[in-house]
Design a protein around this ligand. Structure first.
Ligand SMILES: NC(=O)c1ccc[n+]([C@@H]2O[C@H](COP(=O)([O-])OP(=O)(O)OC[C@H]3O[C@@H](n4cnc5c(N)ncnc54)[C@H](OP(=O)(O)O)[C@@H]3O)[C@@H](O)[C@H]2O)c1
Length: 245
């Protein structure tokens, strides 16, 4: 695999930065960060999948670098179903990136499924990884699943309890990769610290309704820009989310 493109940092200090350096802020920090890519006209899917939103190589590199630096990766079942994810880190370069950051264990995957409706047939569940399913009901894991899956039953798959459970396991940095409904649930519960938003240099139009966040928030949330990168005309923006407005 070729060497990753450098990101062009705009803020806080202009300069060339590797994707690994741009994701290193996750290491050792207690943080929950959402990572999403949207077109310039605000869509996060084309024909039901994020593939049509083209954030370019910088987005791809940062997406995987964030995975390589996170303790846990949280993804909604709608996204797992649509994207059919496999193992979180699949190539040697990013495994080496994780090792270089001092992280000795692979990231732990997690999802929320109030009624235990999990897409067990996706490659993730036959990968060697570890996965925690937070459910509101007891769930039987099918025999076809060979991944190391643990089901944790919580009242209504309460997101705050799920995050507390991850933290109690020593998993401090949690990367949430969406989708919009899970983002809404986490934001309305006041659980999110940061938003990594990639704006793809593209107008897609169409009728896909999903945006970065779906669901009612009690108040709008103010954002503070922490860092900004440019890569192939995409903007990669990391914001701090105000918890008390
Ligand atoms: N452009 C991007 O960056 C990006 C990123 C991710 C995903 N996507 C796209 O977004 C789409 C999927 O997004 P989505 O919003 O439909 O689904 P989603 O957010 O992936 O899944 C919804 C999740 O929220 C949980 N949930 C909902 N309400 C809850 C509550 N009150 N308490 C606890 N858990 C709750 C659901 O569990 P239950 O089973 O209990 O409902 C489920 O795990 C796909 O098309 C995907 O391609 C795009």
């Amino acid at each position: 695999m070729s060497e990753p493109a450098q990101l062009h940092r705009l803020l806080p200090h202009p300069g060339a930065v590797s994707p690994a350096a741009a994701a290193a802020h996750l290491v050792g920090r207690e943080v929950l960060i959402l990572n999403m890519v949207a077109s310039a006209d605000g869509h996060t899917t084309v024909a039901g999948r994020s593939r049509g939103i083209r954030g370019g190589q910088g987005d791809r590199e940062l997406f995987h670098a964030l995975r390589a630096h996170a303790d846990a990766i949280l993804v909604g079942t709608g996204t797992l179903r649509a994207e059919r994810y496999g193992d979180w880190i699949r190539d040697d370069r990013r495994l080496a990136m994780r090792a270089a950051a001092g992280l000795t264990q692979p990231p732990v995957g997690a999802t929320l499924a109030r009624l235990g409706d999990v897409p067990w047939d996706i490659p993730l569940f036959t990968s060697p990884g570890r996965m925690i399913v937070y459910s509101g009901v007891p769930v039987d894991v099918p025999e076809t699943v060979t991944a190391d899956v643990e089901v944790v039953v919580l009242d209504r798959a309460d997101p705050a309890a799920a995050i507390a459970d991850l933290r109690a396991r020593g998993l401090r940095s949690i990367l949430c990769e969406g989708g919009a409904r899970l983002n809404g649930v986490l934001l309305s519960a006041g659980l999110v610290d940061e938003l990594q938003l990639v704006i793809a240099p593209q107008v897609v139009g169409g009728t896909d309704a999903l945006t970065v966040v779906q669901g009612t928030l009690e108040d709008d949330l103010a954002l503070t820009l922490l860092d900004a990168y440019e890569s192939e005309d995409a903007l990669l923006l990391r914001y701090r989310i105000a918890r008390d407005v």
